[in-house]
Design a binder for this molecule. Structure first.
Ligand code: NDP
Ligand code: HSE
Length: 432
């Protein structure tokens, strides 16, 4: 039986989950995988007040990373600290010391992937990151080891548990944003700084990793269009419901052709019949479209202690069974920057949901329709509501036919200049 000694860096939600799974399932792993995995050291910041210290024997913990680096018995370092500093430095030093690294850290990976992978290659160590996208969903392995025969044209999904939890509770229970966010934090779904979740950054990091692997070319985070959920209002949710749609924060990556990608993260209206509409709470789901396999959807818990630990421990098992020098690496031809041929398309096509407050007067509709026609935006449906007799306004809600993003943005500029349009209250893309 092969014995592998592991160190865990950071003992918060994910780090303690990894320890727990390795303890609870050690017999199963021994029997099924012929591996004896044991956690030799855990790096924490504070030996007296650190979180979860009761879980492991006191001699396991250290505050000095040198103890782990210098320990020749430890061959796998599991990074569960999060963020860029000091995680990047710790990962690099482990790789330089020839230790394989397993990480759940999408931020450091999406920002510094080439540096980390180069360091891994130099010593033949492994760099594994299944938990960085989709929590417990084995999406990285599905892309690398199960869909490798395909030319993948689309990845699209709900890849942030916190925002999906918030939007679900706001939709189903009509609860306030702040209250639901606190709940998601208490449940261990949210990032240390939850603005990473609600402003869409977490999705951007994950989409950068997903799209890079799916499209076989590194997609930098700077190339990804981003909008978070902070502007999604109770009125938008109510209007969406009335029209038969659900609002989700979607990450979308599409190959328009072999040289043109569109990569975007934004709140999206989905018809209730769409499979992603019924993905609720902290659950994630990812659609992949390959030219051989057609559509695949993977669904599961995208965040939380044990689901994330499931993915981390799976990486630990694969890493422990792989000989030094035999670990797989990415083969992007653009290690450092997007290649010249990889264009980032900002002018994608979509349907749009537009909600605006206008003067409740004769002729207003025809003026607005005129602007849409001028910019080539065709209206699919229109709903008028909330006539406010006191201030003489009405609310108009348009769903457009498929239109170009730039045409819609130009039409919105022209609409804002019309005296009869008091406010464009929301603009949301619709995915059919
Ligand atoms: P937590 O904040 O719960 O845990 C991070 C831990 O790291 C804390 O206990 C913190 O210590 C410790 N830490 C911070 N700095 C240091 C340091 N310099 N030395 C030692 N320990 C340190 O975060 P999570 O467990 O939620 O997230 C960890 C990683 O996993 C992140 O990259 C995150 O994006 C990723 N992830 C998280 C998921 C989730 O559901 N939570 C799901 C998928 C990925 P202290 O307690 O003293 O602050
Ligand atoms: N904060 C992240 C989420 C954790 O809510 O999905 C999982 O990566």
């Amino acid at each position: 039986m092969k014995t592998t000694k592991i160190a865990i860096l950071g003992f918060g939600t994910v780090g303690s989950g990894v320890y727990t799974v390795l303890q609870q399932n050690s017999e199963l792993i021994r029997h099924r995988q012929l591996l004896d995995l044991s956690v030799k050291r855990v790096l924490v910041r504070d030996l007296l007040h650190g979180r979860n210290l009761a879980l492991a024997p006191m001699e396991t913990f250290t505050t000095d990373y040198a103890d782990i680096l210098a320990d020749g018995e430890i061959s796998i370092v599991v990074e569960c600290i999060g963020g860029v500093n000091p995680a990047k430095d710790y990962i690099l030093r482990a790789l330089q010391a020839g230790k394989t690294v397993v990480t759940a850290n999408k931020e450091v990976l999406s920002k510094h992937w080439p540096d980390l992978e180069r360091a891994a290659k130099e010593t033949g160590a492994g760099l594994y990151f299944e938990a960085s996208v989709g929590g417990g969903i084995p999406i990285i392995r599905a892309l690398n080891d199960s869909m490798q025969a395909n030319n993948i044209s689309r990845v699209m999904g709900i890849i942030n548990g916190t925002t999906n939890y918030i939007l679900t509770k706001m939709t189903n229970e009509g609860r306030a944003y702040e209250e639901v966010l606190k709940e998601a934090q208490a449940l261990g779904y949210a990032e240390a700084d939850p603005s990473a979740d609600v402003d869409g950054w977490d999705c951007v990091y994950k989409l950068s990793i997903l799209a890079s692997i799916a499209f076989h070319a590194r997609v930098n985070i700077e190339n990804i269009y981003r909008e978070g959920i902070s502007k999604v209002s109770a009125e938008d949710i109510a209007a969406a419901k009335e029209l038969g749609y659900t609002i989700k924060l979607l990450a979308i990556g599409k190959k328009q052709d072999e040289k043109l990608l569109e990569v975007r993260v934004h709140p999206t209206m989905l018809p209730n019949s769409h499979p992603l509409s019924s993905v609720s709470g902290p659950f994630n789901a990812i659609f992949l479209t390959g030219n051989a396999v057609d559509d695949i959807m993977l669904y599961g818990r995208g965040a939380g202690m044990l689901p994330t630990a499931s993915a981390v421990v799976s990486d630990v098992i694969v890493a422990a069974k792989t000989a030094k020098g035999a670990h797989p690496y990415m083969t992007f031809n653009n290690e450092f920057d997007a290649p010249q041929w990889l264009k980032n398309q900002k002018d994608w096509t979509s349907s749009y949901f537009l909600r605006m407050e206008v003067d409740d007067e004769l002729g207003v509709l025809s003026k607005i329709a005129g602007v849409f026609a001028e910019y080539g935006v065709s209206v699919h449906s229109l709903m008028q509501k909330n006539e406010n007799k006191a201030n003489g306004s009405a609310e108009l809600i348009f769903i457009t036919d498929t239109a170009r993003e730039l045409s819609v943005q130009n039409a919105l500029c022209a609409l804002r200049a019309l005296p009869c349009v008091r406010e464009i209250k929301s603009v949301m893309r619709v995915e059919e």
